[in-house]
Design a protein around this ligand. Structure first.
Ligand SMILES: [Ca+2]
Ligand SMILES: [Ca+2]
Ligand SMILES: [Ca+2]
Ligand SMILES: [Ca+2]
Length: 362
């Protein structure tokens, strides 16, 4: 019942926020509105919060044990972090579930592995208290990670707490090509907040730069043009040595492709498409989270999608193989159940046991 109440409160909060900010926001440039796809939004009974299916998994592929293949982590809305070891190889992955409580750490809303201190092993970030950001330092090594809570509530160089909304999926990326990782997180206003790393590759210092990075604003067409939370992924999808952006929006059925027409050190992004990939568009009830990685080690980025919105039953880990090239990707949809396709045993456990509820956490 508590979850149902939260689900009803969330749209009310969004509407309230919009009523406050709509004047300013609508006057900004880069407003993109596409004809879309009507879909019913939360109004009490339109939710189906107790359908089965994978529970809004956030995923990331990481070589956590230093054997040159990609292991898999999946955050479940019940705050579990599933760790799947790749027992195959860099061309043909095979996943085996190791634990649903990775190192017994506390996770909240999201997670992201990044080598923030440039010592060759992956450190870890997740949601902290009150939608802040917690930092776990890897005190082990690239072969045997050991995570220790280093900072519970990250602060910016201005000594203010860095927040990352519970419904957003933030990311670290060296967007200015100076060798250190910068931080991006979404806002449910349809914008991105950007912190530049003004420290060094070894010693990060996050400095607030913008609440509307690159004047980017996405208003999705559903229900009279709504701003939504977002899930961010940077990848150089056209092999021109700068990071492009993929944006999954709470109120969009598809995926926004935001191309970087600038340079590696000076990004200049344009919303290139709201339907992706063009030859085989992905569409769901909303809020698609993308991850790109070269899962078959053939030199091009493959695409994975999980849905963070309403339940998709067990069709919630889509794999598009890149059958093109690093510079000209051609994505072909292989499966909507990636784990099932590579390791039925482990995946079956995951999908069946995480099917208790779905919906938007607030
Ligand atoms: Ca590290
Ligand atoms: Ca940087
Ligand atoms: Ca690029
Ligand atoms: Ca590939």
């Amino acid at each position: 019942m508590a979850s149902q109440i939260k689900l009803l409160i969330f749209p009310a909060v969004v509407i309230f926020i919009l009523s406050i900010f709509s004047q300013n926001i609508y006057s900004q440039p880069y407003i993109q509105q596409y004809d879309g796809i009507n879909f019913a939004l939360p109004s009490g009974n339109s939710y189906a919060p107790f359908n089965g299916g994978q529970n809004n998994a956030r995923i990331q592929f990481v070589d956590i044990d230093g054997d040159n293949d990609l292991d898999l982590f999946s955050y479940d809305a019940d705050t579990s972090l599933y760790y799947y070891i790749n027992t195959g190889n860099s061309q043909v992955p095979q996943y085996k579930l190791v634990t649903t409580r990775f190192q017994d750490l506390r996770f909240e809303n999201w997670f992201y592995f990044a080598d923030i201190d440039n010592d060759g092993d992956m450190d870890l970030f997740t949601g902290g208290p009150l939608q802040s950001v917690s930092y776990f330092k890897n005190t082990g090594n690239a072969f045997s990670p050991q995570y220790v809570l280093e900072i519970e509530e990250l602060r910016s160089s201005g000594d203010t707490v860095i927040y990352s909304e519970a419904n957003c999926v933030p990311i670290f990326c060296d967007i200015d090509n100076d060798g250190d990782l910068d931080f991006f997180t979404g806002q449910s206003l349809g914008t991105i907040t950007f912190y530049e790393n003004t420290g060094t590759a070894n010693n990060f210092i996050l400095t607030f730069r913008s609440d509307i990075w690159q004047n980017l604003l996405i208003i999705s067409p559903a229900l009279n043009n709504r701003h939504g939370a977002n899930s961010l992924e940077f990848v150089d999808i056209d092999n021109d040595n700068d990071y492009d952006l993929f944006w999954g929006d709470l109120f969009s059925k598809g995926i926004y492709f935001i191309r970087n027409d600038g340079t590696a050190s000076e990004p200049n992004v344009v919303i290139a498409d709201s339907i992706y990939p063009r030859n085989s568009p992905y569409s769901s009830l909303g809020y698609n989270s993308t991850r790109f990685t070269d899962i078959d080690n053939d030199g091009d980025m493959d695409m994975f999608i999980s849905v963070l919105y309403l339940s998709q039953n067990d069709n919630n880990f889509t794999f598009y193989r890149n059958d093109g090239s690093a510079g000209n990707p051609v994505f072909n949809r292989v499966t909507d159940n990636f784990l099932l396709s590579v390791d039925a045993g482990a995946a079956a456990i995951h999908f069946l046991k995480t099917s208790t509820m779905t919906g938007i956490r607030t």
